[in-house]
Design a protein around this ligand. Structure first.
Ligand SMILES: [Zn+2]
Length: 241
């Protein structure tokens, strides 16, 4: 199984234990694949039996997924798989845009030369044709880039605020259908950060999130994709030209 988090971005405090992280990944994957559908009840005891675990790691995992927005708790019904609608997706990208702009601005001010060089090396690795055979390594390069950028911003509160978005963001990066476009935007964003220009970095970050949102909306409008994403069956309206 792919694992994430060495760069500190996707490793939330609750997920430090690899076992716990794995349980979160397994349940999230079941939700994203549609095996667990929106509205399905998530029963600790049943999941624990299926996964051959005690109830405590399953409870912890469900709480993490609740923080990520994949699971909703109802007073008398327990935990249900969240029904994500068009509005949820727009809310997610609106918050992501605000935070990513801040990340870019702080990185432009605070990134060290060493961090900038590491990010440049990561981008060069992503350009290596040997790594472009499948979508997963590209998604991983994308995760690494954003993780490094956040780290270089050196703002703990901002890192904590990004944490609940990590699960959906990870899925977004893995379903990346326009790798060349997003990669080119990473190059532009890093150039702006390297130049120490806050405003340009902010604009590049904003453009990048809006492009990602368009790609996501395009994906959800494709037949069957709404189910995979746990979204409603409504066709998302296009929010950007
Ligand atoms: Zn990106």
């Amino acid at each position: 199984m792919e694992h994430f988090g060495e760069n500190g971005f996707f490793a939330r405090p609750e997920e430090d234990d690899p076992g716990s992280r794995q349980v979160v990944d397994v349940i999230r994957e079941r939700i994203l694949s549609g095996e667990l559908a929106p509205g399905d009840r998530l029963v600790e005891r049943t999941l624990a039996a299926e996964l051959g675990l005690s109830r405590i790691p399953v409870r912890d995992a469900l709480n993490i997924l609740r923080g990520e927005g994949f699971v909703t708790a109802y007073p008398n019904r327990g935990m249900l798989v969240t029904k994500l609608g068009e509005q949820d997706i727009e809310e997610f990208f609106s918050v992501l845009e605000a935070l990513d702009v801040l990340v870019a601005q702080h990185a432009a001010n605070n990134a060290s030369l060493r961090e900038l060089n590491q990010m440049r090396d990561g981008i060069l690795r992503a350009e290596d044709p040997a790594r472009q055979a499948t979508a997963m390594p590209q998604g991983r390069c994308c995760e690494d880039f954003h993780g490094s950028l956040l780290k270089s911003a050196k703002n703990t509160l901002l890192s904590n605020m990004m944490a609940p978005l990590a699960g959906r963001l990870r899925h977004l990066l893995q379903s990346n259908q326009r790798p060349e476009l997003l990669h080119a935007q990473h190059v532009d964003l890093l150039d702006a950060v390297r130049g120490g220009n806050c405003n340009t970095a902010a604009e590049q970050a904003r453009l990048h999130v809006r492009t990602s949102r368009d790609i996501w909306l395009e994906l959800t409008s494709q037949a069957g994709a709404a189910v995979r994403l746990g979204a409603t069956a409504r066709t998302p309206r296009t929010v950007l030209a």
